[in-house]
Design a protein around this ligand. Sequence first.
Ligand code: GLN
Length: 452
Amino acid sequence: TKAHIDAMEKHKDLNAFITETPELALEQAQASDAKIKSGDAGAMEGLPIAMKDLFCTEGVRTTAASRILDNFIPPYESTVSGNLKKAGAVMLGKTNLDEFAMGSANITSNFGAVKNPWGENVGKDLVPGGSSGGSAAAVAGGLALAATGTDTGGSIRQPASFSGIVGLKPTYGRCSRWGIVAFASSLDQAGPMTKTVRDAAIMLQSMAGYDVHDSTSARVDLPNFEAALSGDIKGLKIGIPKEYKVDGMPQEILELWKKGEEMLKDAGGEVVDVSLPHTKYALATYYIVAPAEASSNLARYDGVRYGHRAEGELKSLDDLYMKTRAQGFGEEVQRRIMIGTYVLSAGYYDAYYAKAQKIRTLIAQDFEKAYEQCDVILTPTCPSEAFGIGENEDDPVKMYLNDVFTVPTSLAGLPGISVPTGLSASGLPLGLQLIGRPFDEETVLRTADVLE
Ligand code: GLN
């Protein structure tokens, strides 16, 4: 813990943390030390980790990287962070993210952009990906042993790919959403961001489980994830979806994908072609469903009950709401609220929201059919390497394209992992994604272990 606190001090320039809690961490580490000595250690006893600042932590400021929550100190602990605490994990602090987890570059945070530690190698300020960019930078830069992330449309997997670490989005319902600041409730899922696949398996074990506080958390058995890493994938069928070979994808990403195929074949896997025909609608569907749910979830920030409140001359209650929300929410969040409100409005609901829900079902059915022919699906995690801070910023649609390979998994609620598999020509990390059947994180992890 001390070594990681020193590293946090040394790498303040990365801006990976919104709130650092070194004193609390040292206290926890001491308590862990005593437990280890008395033979009473939890599964993650004494391991220093970072917490995405979207998880409510009792008594520790939780901002969602938004001005509207910049003074919010939760009176309760999220289930996932509480589970990690119970397992003995030590919390170093709360990591930076895109505001309300909306973004793919960690540039929409009210607390400033996060720098990718790999930028140093190429002499340029690079984004770490987003929205869990602070968590990714903290793990990649050695500031934390591991970190929590949340993934609504790619926010664990894409930053993992950009930062050269492992990021696992479990099946929807595997981890409780209770106490996680909500973005899009039918998509949000917490997961581990780690240096290795084995670490991801160990950390997921402590995070996951049914929770009576979250009605969508699943009552399913919790297997021993680490035991799934047998190194043996003989006879396993790996599906390659042809629809992911999108136009304009860099040659080096196609080559990396091929390399992944070869690695899995060498380990005894069998590669088969599969088809996910509705893939081309996934991005449009996601950018209707996610903002719709966000506009509804974010209605609670009214400046009355908690968080930022506009001051000065206020003419009416409506005026208070309007000024508070105009001041408290950043540009991207306001854009999502407007899109979401629009697609849910009486005249447009059927044309946009209801249509998107139908296509979401078709996308999920594509995967069901594909899994009649294969056990796990291999794709690139994203269509590019990490880009520079400032690039793609003026064009939201270009930014949304980052999520083209990660959103279908989210819409279908499936488990997906990004594994660092190679380097680009400029020496930056590139990840491959493995997607599994519902609640089959074991196969995903076992295959990822071979790819690592
Ligand atoms: N980049 C996507 C978005 O901006 C996904 C974000 C996420 O998974 N939280 O919505």
